[in-house]
Design a protein around this ligand. Structure first.
Ligand code: SAH
Ligand code: SF4
Length: 367
């Protein structure tokens, strides 16, 4: 039986090497090889003895998936990869490159309305999956439409990052931000998700700052509270999408269990515990949740909360008839919120031509 090396934290790696009668400092050498040099095969570890490289080759693997498809958006700034796991489940991860339009006419031409690109110099944001499929069944979401397959292990989550980290290293770049907004509900797979973040955060390893991660959740209240108690520096985003229960439950079935008021209470608790600003995500759907009245209701719900609303026009999916709000109406929505003192950004749709919305590529392959 071989084991995925990214499943191991430094302690487990040290124990494994102890079993092989190797000194503890070898664990550190391998850890650095994995997370600082981004090695992905035993031969690359030239600083350890050949016998140990052979042990690695025999007992551990470095790649838990194969690349089924990859696609680049027509503007060349988004790369989406669909990975196939050994059990044939599919997961996806998307890299989004941002530059400063002032410096880069190519970006301005490709995305003329992308006000939120300004000042975002050379960001390399990676969006990764935490589950194959998702159990939450949000009606407009391609992942929700395919149902739950299984949780990803911590190593499978880490491996998505390492895959892209190596790709960027080849062109002298690196990942600058990681968002857990791919397939799956990270708080439904809490322990593996946090273990993956901790592994990537390790100062002697990949050293990816906690504040550069963003977890997005559909609003699992007990986990929001647990996350608040752990006082992590990781950013938190909540998928709200509606300002009253009736509307929210028609889009997000989980709202039967956790009502908006309870979600927002948990968010207030989070801000009180961490003193960190929280983000609310809002997929703007024409005629469903994009009116000035809804914006007013939302603003009154969020009153006094240190927060920010990220509104993004709906990405079309085959299983849902709703369509995206147009730009004018989106701006009106933003203005109503801002007049009520709630900051709002309209995110542009990235990589829409490569189905870079959550779960969309996997969905199209499965069907
Ligand atoms: N399960 C988590 C994270 C993955 S989904 C969550 O739901 O938050 C990441 C974000 O994409 C969520 O805000 C989700 O509501 C949103 N999303 C899903 N499908 C979408 C679509 N078709 N158009 C726009 N946003 C969508
Ligand atoms: Fe799951 Fe998030 Fe999609 Fe809802 S939006 S089905 S929680 S991945």
């Amino acid at each position: 039986m071989t084991q995925l090396i990214y499943e191991l934290d430094i302690k487990a790696l040290t124990n494994l090497l102890k079993e092989w009668n190797e000194p503890a400092y070898r664990a550190k050498q391998i850890w650095q090889g994995l997370y600082q040099h981004l090695y992905d095969s035993p031969e690359q570890f030239t600083n350890i003895p050949k016998s140990l490289r052979e042990q690695l080759a025999e007992h551990v693997t470095f790649l838990p998936f194969t690349v089924k498809i990859y696609q680049d958006s027509s503007d060349g700034f988004t790369r989406k990869t669909l990975f196939e796991l050994p059990d044939k489940n599919l997961i996806e991860a998307v890299l989004m490159r941002y530059g400063d339009p002032a410096d880069n006419p190519q970006i301005t031409a490709a995305a003329p309305h992308s006000e939120n690109l300004r000042g975002a110099k050379n960001r390399r944001t990676l969006c990764i999956s935490t589950q194959a499929g998702c159990a939450m069944g949000c009606v407009f979401c391609a992942t929700g439409q395919m149902g739950f397959k299984r949780h990803l292990s911590s190593g499978e989550i880490v491996a998505q990052v390492m895959y892209y980290a190596r790709m960027l290293k080849d062109v002298n770049e690196s990942v600058t931000n990681i968002v857990l907004m791919g397939m799956g509900e990270p708080f439904h797979n809490y322990d593996n998700t946090m273990a993956a973040i901790d592994r990537l955060n390790d100062a002697d390893g990949y050293n990816f700052g906690a504040r550069r991660f963003t977890i997005s959740t559909v609003g699992l209240v007990p986990q929001i509270r647990r996350f608040a108690d752990e006082r992590r520096q990781v950013n938190l985003a909540i998928s709200l999408h509606a300002a009253d229960d009736e509307s929210r439950v028609s889009m997000l079935p989980i709202n039967k269990k956790y009502k908006i008021a309870d979600v927002i209470d948990a968010c207030r608790y989070y801000v009180a515990q961490t003193h960190r600003r929280i983000t609310f995500e809002w997929a703007l759907i024409n005629g469903v949740n994009d009116s000035p009245e809804v914006a007013k209701k939302l603003a009154s719900r969020l009153k006094g909360l240190m927060c920010h609303v990220n509104a993004i026009p709906l990405n079309p999916t085959t299983g849902y008839a709703g369509i995206a709000t147009d730009r004018q109406r989106a701006i009106l929505f933003k203005e109503v919120l801002e007049q009520a003192g709630i900051p709002c950004t309209i995110r542009m749709r990235r990589g829409i031509d490569i189905q870079a919305g959550c779960g969309q590529l996997a969905g199209s392959v499965v069907s």
